[in-house]
Design a protein around this ligand. Sequence first.
Ligand SMILES: [Zn+2]
Length: 176
Amino acid sequence: MEDNLVDNTQVDFEKDDYRYMKQAITQAKKAYKLNEVPIGCVIVYEGKVIGRGYNRRNTDKTSLGHAEITAIKKASRYMNDWRLENCTLYVTLEPCQMCAGAIVQARIPRVVIGSMNPKAGCAGSILNILQIPTFNHQCEITKGVCEEECSEMLTTFFKELRKSKKKNTTVTTDGE
Ligand SMILES: [Zn+2]
């Protein structure tokens, strides 16, 4: 009996992760519409989304325009605290060094990642800033939630970007 209860809890847990990652994907699609690299993030506290963000680096012309930074800012405003204890951060792509640093600074206990970023990720790929034992805070990491959808979004984006660049080049050549 007790074993069954434990199993059910585990299933619910995973279903929630999936549901919140879908919301992070919705954020990423907003970036996509702005021709930004599609990355989205939500922060959840007691079952409620308290911060959302998507990549706006080109639109806002700042390297600080990452999805996680925006979501952390909004969640901190909601909590009225720089500490985001008992929160879970969902992000479609493995965080970079800046965002991983901000996550540790905000004391976020759990991070759920869609797809990994072998070229720039700092949650295990290049570095694992989220789990350096000598820092005063380490995060629990869950990887691969909606992985296919998250990475496909990026693949499609870069494929279309290359296509439009090629088209532009062709136009230039024709004009000459
Ligand atoms: Zn980042």
